[in-house]
Structure formats: structure tokens, C-alpha cells
Design a protein around this ligand. Structure first.
Ligand SMILES: [Zn+2]
Length: 96
């Protein structure tokens, strides 16, 4: 079984198996977040995972879930369209 070394903020270095971890990935991102519960103190930690960490964790068989960022609502689109229509220079909106 593959061992994954990481750090618990309470205990320091801990060793985990792929079953102890879960990855949270966003659909359009190569990076994400990994989540584990410390085998020593039970604390649940969430850590950013860059693209390399994500690929290593996936290769060891860590389960992952795709988390979707909040979808844009119709209300937000309406407000954006209203703002566009009332804005003389629409590109000014993009600078905000
Ligand atoms: Zn711990």
C-alpha cells in the first residue's frame, strides 16, 4: 500500500494511505484541495493541492470529487445586462 506523507497542524508529520484522503477538484482547474483526517488526532485538514500533487494523489488511487463553483444565477445575468445597457463604455465594467 502506498504511503502518503503529509503534515497535520497539530501532530506534525503523519503518514496516510490513499483511503485516508479525498481530493476536491474544480472542473476547469488542474489544482484543487485535498482533505484528510489525521490518524493521530482525528482533526480534518484541508490543504491546497497544486497540479503535481493532484496527479500524484490520483495516481495512488485517492478518491476525488468534482466540486462546482457556484453557478451564475439569472439575477446576476440580468444585473450584468442592465449594467451593460446603462454603461456608455461597456469595457469599463471589465476593469472592476
Ligand atoms: Zn493530528
Amino acid at each position: 500500500m502506498t504511503t502518503i506523507k503529509t503534515t497535520c497542524s497539530q501532530c506534525g508529520d503523519v503518514e496516510l494511505t490513499p483511503d485516508d484522503l479525498a481530493l476536491e477538484l474544480e472542473p476547469s482547474e488542474e489544482s484543487g484541495v485535498y482533505r484528510f483526517s489525521c490518524p493521530t488526532c482525528g482533526l480534518i485538514e484541508r490543504r491546497p493541492a497544486n497540479a503535481r500533487v493532484v496527479s500524484v494523489l490520483l495516481a495512488t488511487g485517492v478518491a476525488y470529487e468534482v466540486v462546482r463553483p457556484d453557478p451564475i444565477t439569472e439575477g446576476e445575468i440580468d444585473r450584468f445586462v442592465t449594467a451593460l445597457n446603462s454603461e456608455i463604455d461597456p469595457f469599463r465594467l471589465l476593469a472592476n
